[in-house]
Design a protein around this ligand. Structure first.
Ligand code: ATP
Ligand code: MG
Ligand code: FE
Length: 341
């Protein structure tokens, strides 16, 4: 079964073809980052319009790269939510139009399920059950995953997401948008002994997180420097920020493994690309004897491959999930726990 995946929930247009027999056949991505950068964040209306411009050329690219002809596509999976309403509507209407024209069924996919299952696309995928840490631009959640659609929320952020904390702190340091990768690179040159930032909720008895205080602490440090903040100061602050955030994420992962008794930890979402986080988790895994799995770097942030894959997994479990009525609706807000099997 060949599934076409369409991702358009935020500022990346992603298309991909996944074959349940042969694996990922092709994927193509267009990031709108350069367009939104000048505004310091994503402008929803610009995002929607750009998805319209990019989707069809990307579709043609994945078809020609894979050698698949349109009629060979068995189903079309699109991101139904959560995300920006206008951006989601573009992907959904393209999926719907294609489905109607090609006479193929379609399926709405939950964006976070896409992230969550993306490590299964790697060459050495984890088996169920596992603990998953989803660390993206809009979410920070720890979950117990027993299978596709079997997600138990163990804890989540009470305010900012980890990716949001990266982006906001990077902005305070004048590092552009999205600043996660930039603040991470800068932290490499920082002296860890200069500043200590709080580790929010490190010792709370639950698996929840809170990152807004960390961003405020970065703001205070930046303000203390007034206008004369040098590159080394910025690097020291970046280092303090990354050290604090990573320590909390690792500690909560260890607590979740202990609570569930599981030995497999899966990381998903954009912050999963972070090198300091990966280094710290790998060290903890060796010491505590558990295994940690990551998506390929290119599949940490938004992409069409994870949507094609999640759609294919669902259709394999339940072929009835494919819909042939070409009325679509999107769900900009859609809690993962409302998603059944
Ligand atoms: P959601 O999936 O919750 O709706 P999103 O789709 O915007 O949010 P992702 O695409 O998964 O989120 O991830 C984007 C986030 O990942 C951004 O906040 C970005 O700064 C962060 N990020 C990407 N690479 C890195 C990195 N190397 N280090 C730290 N953060 C990173
Ligand atoms: Mg993005
Ligand atoms: Fe995402």
């Amino acid at each position: 079964m060949i599934v076409l995946g369409v991702e358009s929930s935020c500022d990346e247009t992603g298309l991909a073809l996944y074959d349940t027999e042969r694996g990922l056949l092709a994927h193509a991505l267009y990031s709108q980052v350069a367009m939104h950068e000048q505004y310091g964040g994503v402008v929803p209306e610009l995002a929607s319009r750009d998805h319209i411009r990019r989707a069809i050329p990307l579709l043609q690219q994945v078809l020609s790269e894979s050698g698949v002809v349109r009629q060979d596509i068995d189903a079309i999976a699109y991101t139904q939510g959560p995300g920006l309403a206008g951006a989601l509507l573009v992907g959904a209407s393209i999926a719907c139009g294609l489905g109607l024209a090609l006479d193929k069924p379609m399926l709405g996919v939950h964006h976070l399920e896409g992230h969550l299952l993306s490590p299964l696309l790697a060459s050495q995928p984890p088996t169920f059950p596992f603990v998953a840490l989803l660390v993206s631009g809009g979410h920070t959640q720890l979950m117990r995953v027993d299978g596709v659609g079997q997600y138990t929320l163990l804890g989540e952020t009470l305010d900012d997401a980890a990716g949001e904390a990266f982006d906001k702190s990077a902005k305070l340091l004048g590092l552009g948008y999205p600043g996660g990768p930039a603040i991470s690179r800068m932290a490499e040159f920082g002296d860890p002994s200069v500043y200590q930032l709080p580790r929010p909720m490190l010792h709370s008895k639950n698996l929840d997180f809170s990152f807004s205080g960390l961003k405020t602490a970065v703001l205070t440090l930046v303000k203390n420097h007034q206008t004369n903040i040098c590159e080394q100061d910025k690097a020291n602050i970046a280092r303090a920020f990354v050290d604090a955030l990573v320590e909390v994420l690792v500690a909560k992962c260890l607590a979740a493994l202990k609570q569930t008794g599981l030995k497999r930890l899966v990381i998903a979402g954009g912050v999963g690309a972070n090198q300091q986080l990966r280094t710290a988790l790998n060290a903890a895994a060796e010491k505590r004897r558990f295994r940690v799995y990551y998506p390929e770097l290119e599949f940490c942030t938004d992409n069409g491959a994870m949507i094609a894959f999640a759609g294919a997994m669902r259709l394999q479990i339940n072929p009835e999930a494919a819909q042939r009525s070409y009325a679509f609706n999107v769900r900009p807000r859609w809690p993962l726990n409302e998603l059944g099997i």
